[in-house]
Write a protein that binds this ligand. Structure first.
Ligand code: TXA
Ligand code: MG
Length: 326
């Protein structure tokens, strides 16, 4: 059998951006940096290209994708925005917020990217290179996190290549992703806004703009609105044990702040998300720390408690999914 064609590494300059845009416009898969995590991008209007995303990720096809646009105006043309959605878009775009809204009558995001739903997930990334690329493509770009389905999300080019080298046409290397956890997903489908997935915009920040806190959970009526929000996700190879206050010999340990679990000296590896206990720093380091601890070969990663405030909610959400039964 022949080896797969290698994945091209494109640099973050004019030539790299032009090649990345041309590949996406031609229906190919290109990984791109955003402020949250790397995305696996394809033309969201082209069902064959979108099918390529599901295949490369080995992602269940019932899981809908986020369409990325370069400007607020371009994103708002794809959906129907009620007063809440308009407020959130004005305040948080560009930035780590995804809005799930009803599809606009002239919307061009294909059925497969929406997994057949009559809503669409839209995002304007707060990463200048990503917006430059999106403007050059000139069409919505579907981009889930650029990892194999169920695995740890990538925050640097090497993470993407570890999962997808040879499966995608190219990667645009933009260095490390500054936020480090995915966007917050908020559904505005009539009625009160719902936080379907905590992420880079905190619940507190959403509440400050809305004037009230968003509802929580993925159900609108009888229909699950976040079919992709599977319990087990973000999983390293090792098992994950939460709220560890005592370490068993040979475990790998994920620390936060100054807290030191008992038995730490017998750990086979340890990483501190933030010595100073700052949630923003911890989020930015979360996925690479999990990958490094996984590489230690330990069979269990023990995680010390992380406070729930601010970005702590998104960090704990990812850790709970990493620990969920597989
Ligand atoms: O930060 C991010 O959001 C990254 C970067 C690349 O932009 N993308 C990302 O995409 O995390 P993904 O596919 O891993 O997560 C998309 C989430 C899933 O949980 C999916 O179920 C939800 O958004 N979603 C997408 N369309 C939806 C819809 N129409 N209704 C409800 N949930 C939807
Ligand atoms: Mg993902």
């Amino acid at each position: 059998s022949t080896a797969p064609p290698p994945t091209r590494r494109l640099s973050a300059d004019d030539a790299g951006l032009e090649q990345a845009a041309a590949l996406i416009a031609a229906g190919r898969l290109v990984a791109l940096p955003t402020e949250t995590v790397y995305g696996l991008g394809a033309d969201a209007t082209d069902p064959a290209a979108v099918a390529g995303i599901y295949a490369a990720k080995e992602r269940p096809s019932f899981n809908p994708l986020i369409a990325h646009l370069p400007t607020r105006a371009a994103a708002m043309a794809q959906g129907v925005f009620d007063a809440h959605a308009q407020k959130l878009a004005e305040h948080f775009w560009p930035g780590p917020l995804t809005l799930v809204v009803p599809v606009a009558p002239g919307g061009t995001v294909c059925d497969l990217a929406r997994a057949g739903l009559d809503s669409v997930a839209l995002r304007v990334p707060g990463h200048a290179l990503a917006r430059d690329l999106l403007a050059r493509v000139g069409r919505p770009v579907a981009a889930p996190s650029a990892n194999r389905s169920g695995r740890v999300s990538p925050t640097r080019a090497a993470h993407v290549l570890a999962d997808l080298d040879g499966r995608i046409a190219a990667i645009l290397d933009g260095g490390d992703c500054p936020v480090g956890v995915e966007s917050s997903v908020v559904a505005c489908l009539g009625g009160p806004p719902r936080l379907l997935r905590p992420g880079g915009v905190t619940r507190e920040a959403l509440a400050a703009v809305l004037g009230f806190p968003p509802e929580t959970g993925g159900e609108v009526g009888a229909r699950p609105v976040g079919p992709g929000l599977l319990a087990s996700h973000y999983a390293p190879r090792a098992g994950v044990r939460l709220d560890a206050t005592r370490i068993a010999p040979g475990e790998a340990v994920l620390l936060f702040g100054a807290f030191r679990p008992e038995g730490l000296a017998e750990a086979c590896a340890a990483e501190n998300l933030s010595e100073a206990g700052v949630a923003e720093e911890a989020a930015a380091r979360l996925f690479s720390a999990l990958r490094r601890l996984d590489a230690s070969g330990a069979s269990v990663i023990a995680v010390a408690p992380v406070p729930e405030a601010g970005l702590g909610e998104a960090i704990n959400d990812r850790l709970r999914r990493a620990a969920a039964p597989r």
